[in-house]
Design a protein around this ligand. Sequence first.
Ligand code: PHE
Length: 340
Amino acid sequence: MREDLKRIREAAVEAMQQADSIDSLNELKVRFLGKKGELTTILKGMGALSDEERPLMGQMANEVRDEINRVLDARMEELRQAVLNAKLASETIDVTLPGRALARGTKHPLTLVIDEAKQIFMGLGFEVAEGPEIESDYYNFEALNLPKDHPARDMQDTFYINPEIVLRTQTSPVQVRTMEKKAGELPVKIICPGKVYRKDDDATHSPMFHQIEGLVIDEHITMSDLKGVLLAFTQQMFGKDVKIRLRPSYFPFTEPSTEVDISCVMCGGTGCRVCSNTGWLEILGAGMVHPNVLRAGGYDPEKVSGFAFGMGVERIAMLKYGINDLRLMYENDMRFLRQF
Ligand code: PHE
């Protein structure tokens, strides 16, 4: 019997230590310690022993059972730990994965032109002014010498919020707003880049586009100041060889008024498709500030004079960068935008 217990103990310890799953370990537990297990079977034979041997065998059987239980528990713990580790390993989330890179954009050609124009005019001593895109009829038309029944309003039909509030059709309302802010101070020397709106929509007109307004007021300002400033601007924007030409025109808020052309940047003035073989490209409207506009802004036309101009930013961008379709500027197509 002593030999049997020893054999069971060795067999159980070895088998349990080699068990490689919780299930097989549980099977071994039943096989060795269960009601019909090997140890129990031996204990059942104890009745046949002598009175001296029985307690000794009983004690030895207890020790064997305790030993097997210890090994069983230890191995069970090892296997549980292994199962847990495997689960943790398989469910690991690598939080150090790199994020998706955001492609860096480029400046829009309209922004590039506005930025460059600001630099040029600031270099000439201008300040940058601003005004609202939702504008009153008064500042957009009335104060600019365009009363309610004026026929020139037809050229600038726009979006009416109500009969007195419009989306501004031009940046010119900033002229009177600036004069009011300056309250008679001299000189006034501002540019104002911004969005404007008109009821137009075709290949060369967009219902929203950009202008840069300019306004200079001081004593003794003349048309030659206007021409000098515009020549300095166009030559910095388009190149030293560019010439300008002033043609008589009409705007209700300037008198005299002029349309300003630059020599064609595509052909240099010899004539091509872009300039319709004239050698010239129209880029802006300008003129000497009308006395009524000066008065609306609180300045005395007997004491001061001024000039104003307004240019289309889209047109300048198209000429500067050789863009042949206005709509490209609003489509947000990366193939277009990446070229700037
Ligand atoms: N506001 C005019 C336009 O949009 C341009 C302009 C500005 C003309 C200033 C003269 C003086 O057509």
